[in-house]
Ligand binder design. Structure first.
Ligand code: PBG
Length: 334
C-alpha cells in the first residue's frame, strides 16, 4: 500500500470546524470506561479530604453509598474500593485482611444492600492492613532490620482467602495489586473452589515501582514504614518484562490486565495492546492527579482540558478502561 501523501493533500480540511473534527476521531472517551477509586474508613458521616489529593476524600461507608448514588447518575459503571484502617487494627501479618467482617467486606455489603448497580471492584493487597505497610508477609534477607522482602508464596495463600471474603461480600471483580508471582492463579483457583468461577479478575499485572504513588499512600495511610517496594514492583527501566508479566497473568486467568501508572507508561500500554487481546486498563495514579491539581490551583494549567487530554492519551495508547480520581469530573464533561 502506498502511504505517501497525495500531492494535493490538505490535512487541515478535516480540521475546519468542530463538527468535522468530531466526526473523524479515532478514540472516544465514554463514562462507562472510567473506574472511580474510593477510600473507605471506619465511622459514620466521615468525609476527610486527602491533603495531597484535593477533591479526594476518605469516606465512611454510609458516605461511600451516598457518593456512589451520585456517581451512578453520572453514568459511571464501576468503582474500586481501598480500605483505610486504624493504626491499632494493623499488625505484622495484616490479619485484618482475612477477617470476613472487616471494613471492606462490610462496605461491599452496604453498597449491595443499597441497590447500587455499579460494579464493585476490590483492591486485593496487604499494604493497607500491615503495620509495616508492605504488600504481604515479610521475610528477612539480611542482617539489618530493614533487610526484608515480601515472602511470595506465604502471601499467596492469604490473598486467596482475602479474595474469597470479598467475593462472598459481593465484589463483582477482584483486582490483585501486590505484584506477587502466581497471584492470579492462586486467587483464580480459590475462587473457583468456592463457587465463584464467574467472578472476573483484573490484574495489576504491570505495576512499576513508581514515585507517582506518593499521594495514594497518604490517602490509604499505607506507606512502607521502611524500605521500598522495589523487590516486588517493576523497574521502570525494563520494557519487555511488561509482556512477560501480562502474558503470565493472562495464562493464569486474568480477565483484564492493568498498566500502572498511566501517563509515564503509555508506551507499555501500546505494546500490550498490540500483543494481547484481553481488555486493558490504565491507572491514572494519585501523583498524576496531584500534579494536574497543583498546577491548576496555581493557575498554570487548564485543569479540565489537561484532564481530558491525559485521559484521551491513555485511551489512544490502548486503554479500554481507565482508573482515575477524575472519573466524576470527566463523566460530567462527557
Ligand atoms: C496497593 C496499591 C497502591 C496503589 C494502588 N493499589 C499503592 C502502592 O503500590 O504503593 C497506588 C494508586 C495510586 O497511586 O493512585 N498496593
Amino acid at each position: 500500500m502506498n502511504r505517501a501523501l497525495p500531492r494535493f493533500a490538505r490535512l487541515r480540511r478535516l480540521r475546519g470546524n468542530a463538527a468535522l473534527r468530531d466526526m473523524v476521531v479515532d478514540v472516544r472517551l465514554h463514562p462507562s470506561s472510567l473506574i472511580l477509586p474510593l477510600f473507605v474508613r471506619e465511622g459514620r458521616g466521615i468525609r476527610r479530604e486527602v491533603s495531597s489529593m484535593p477533591g479526594v476524600f476518605q469516606l465512611s461507608s454510609d458516605e461511600v453509598v451516598k457518593d456512589l448514588k451520585k456517581a451512578e447518575q453520572l453514568g459511571l459503571k464501576a468503582f474500586i474500593l481501598f480500605g483505610v484502617l486504624e493504626r491499632h487494627e494493623k499488625d505484622h501479618a495484616g490479619s485484618a485482611a482475612l477477617d470476613a467482617r472487616n471494613l471492606i467486606c462490610r462496605t461491599l455489603q452496604a453498597v449491595k444492600k443499597s441497590g447500587i448497580g455499579m460494579a464493585a471492584i476490590t483492591d486485593l493487597c496487604f499494604c493497607e492492613y500491615t503495620s509495616h505497610g508492605h504488600c504481604g508477609v515479610l521475610m528477612k534477607v539480611g542482617k539489618r532490620s530493614r533487610d526484608v522482602t515480601v515472602e511470595n508464596d506465604a502471601t499467596l495463600k492469604r490473598l486467596a482467602t482475602q479474595a474469597v471474603n470479598h467475593a462472598r461480600a459481593g465484589a463483582d471483580m477482584i483486582a490483585p495489586s501486590g505484584m506477587m508471582d502466581g497471584a492470579v492463579a492462586a486467587i483464580r483457583s480459590a475462587l473457583d473452589a468456592k463457587g465463584f468461577s464467574n467472578l472476573p479478575i483484573m490484574s495489576y499485572a504491570v505495576k512499576y515501582a513508581s514515585s507517582f504513588y506518593g499521594p495514594f499512600r497518604d490517602a490509604a495511610e499505607s506507606a512502607p514504614a521502611f524500605g521500598d517496594r522495589r523487590s516486588y514492583q517493576m523497574d521502570g527501566r525494563r520494557r519487555r518484562e511488561a509482556l512477560l508479566e501480562a502474558r503470565a497473568d493472562v495464562e493464569q486467568g486474568a480477565d483484564v490486565v492493568m498498566v500502572k501508572p498511566g501517563l509515564p507508561y503509555l508506551d507499555i500500554l501500546r505494546e500490550l495492546k498490540n500483543a494481547l487481546d484481553v481488555p486493558l486498563a490504565a491507572y491514572q495514579v494519585s501523583g498524576e492527579y496531584a500534579m494536574i491539581k497543583a498546577a491548576a490551583q496555581k493557575g498554570w494549567l487548564d485543569e479540565k482540558a489537561v484532564m481530558m487530554e491525559t485521559l484521551t492519551a491513555m485511551k489512544r495508547a490502548g486503554a479500554d478502561l481507565i482508573l482515575t480520581y477524575y472519573a466524576r469530573e470527566a463523566a460530567r464533561m462527557l
